[in-house]
Write a protein that binds this ligand. Structure first.
Ligand SMILES: Nc1ncnc2c1ncn2[C@@H]1O[C@H](COP(=O)(O)OP(=O)(O)OP(=O)(O)O)[C@@H](O)[C@H]1O
Length: 281
């Protein structure tokens, strides 16, 4: 299919799988209850309760080490919680993993992929694992490679892809079965502005069709410009959540609201480094 059609003709695209699709009526796509995870002495996630609304572009934001990856890994069934439950499309992630995995797409942290396959082979393999017919996998893979500007690199091994290319092929693999909910761990990290714009276009189009995107980031400007709904996490706890405008409140930007919420002390950095700069040894 030509690029324009693949990118712009929403009508021709299959809609996200019904069970996790949003009726945009305030229904929850994901329900998290009393989620906990500890690594030795370190409590990474300390009792998270969260209902993520369907059909929204949702940002999970927090500083380094806040617990974003740990939370997303537990929500997507990659890491077993110490306590708590997660439901997606009404199915429990740990009791009903097959049902849940059919409804979600995941771009995990660290981009663990089958690196000795070419980009095209990775999509073919993923699509067949997902149970899609071969011709449909080919059709979707061709469109995704085209839209994500990877068509020229489709025969190259994934191990030879740049970071940005790996994010894009990972995104293509996560979207191939047209899931109702897409989880992306830092999807824009290491991605150049042109590729970021491409990824953004694909995701915006995807949520317009009723699907839900949940992505983690510590880049506030990005979250503010993309998301309808945000959850702020710090020290393994949710500090605020809701529509973007509500969480931002009176603050001039999400960044300011965030710094206040996580209690960041900006004076420390400037005051303690008295030896830095000025040419002194
Ligand atoms: N496998 C692990 N073993 C021990 N501690 C871990 C492990 N994974 C994460 N942690 C700790 O759990 C806490 C939360 O980490 P996590 O990676 O979930 O945070 P994050 O918000 O994704 O951070 P970043 O933005 O830096 O990626 C951190 O204190 C981290 O050091």
């Amino acid at each position: 299919m030509p690029h324009e059609q693949a990118a712009d003709n929403t009508q021709s695209q299959p809609q996200p799988s019904q069970a996790a699709q949003s009726p945009s009526s305030g229904a929850a796509a994901v329900r998290v209850s009393d989620l906990w995870k500890r690594y030795g002495e370190q409590v990474a996630v300390a009792g998270i309760d969260l209902e993520l609304p369907a059909g929204q572009f949702i940002g999970l934001v927090g500083p380094n080490g806040a617990g974003k990856t740990t939370t997303l890994s537990m929500i997507t069934g990659l890491l077993r919680p110490d306590k708590g439950t997660v439901e997606i499309g009404g199915h429990d992630v740990w009791r009903d993993p097959v049902e849940v995995k059919a409804r979600i797409g995941v771009l995990p942290e660290g981009l663990r992929m089958f690196e000795r396959l070419s980009g095209r082979e990775l999509l073919t393999y993923t699509g067949r694992l997902r149970g899609l017919p071969g011709a449909e996998v080919d059709r979707r893979a061709t469109q995704l490679l085209d839209v994500l500007d990877l068509a020229g690199s489709q025969s190259k091994l994934v191990i030879d892809y740049s970071t940005g290319m790996r994010k894009k092929i990972g995104l293509a693999a996560a979207l191939l079965h047209n899931p109702g909910v897409l989880f992306l761990d830092e999807p824009f990290e290491g991605v150049d502005p042109v590729s970021a714009q491409t990824i953004r276009g694909v995701l915006e189009r995807y949520t317009r069709s009723g699907a839900t995107v949940v992505f983690s980031s510590h880049v506030m400007e990005l979250v503010e410009s993309l998301c309808d709904w945000v959850a702020v996490i710090a020290s393994g706890r949710i500090r605020a959540h809701g529509p973007l405008a509500e969480v931002r409140g009176e603050a001039p930007s999400l960044q300011d609201a965030f710094l206040e919420l996580v209690g960041a002390n900006r004076r420390q950095a400037g005051q303690s480094l008295d030896w830095l700069g000025g040419g002194a040894r």
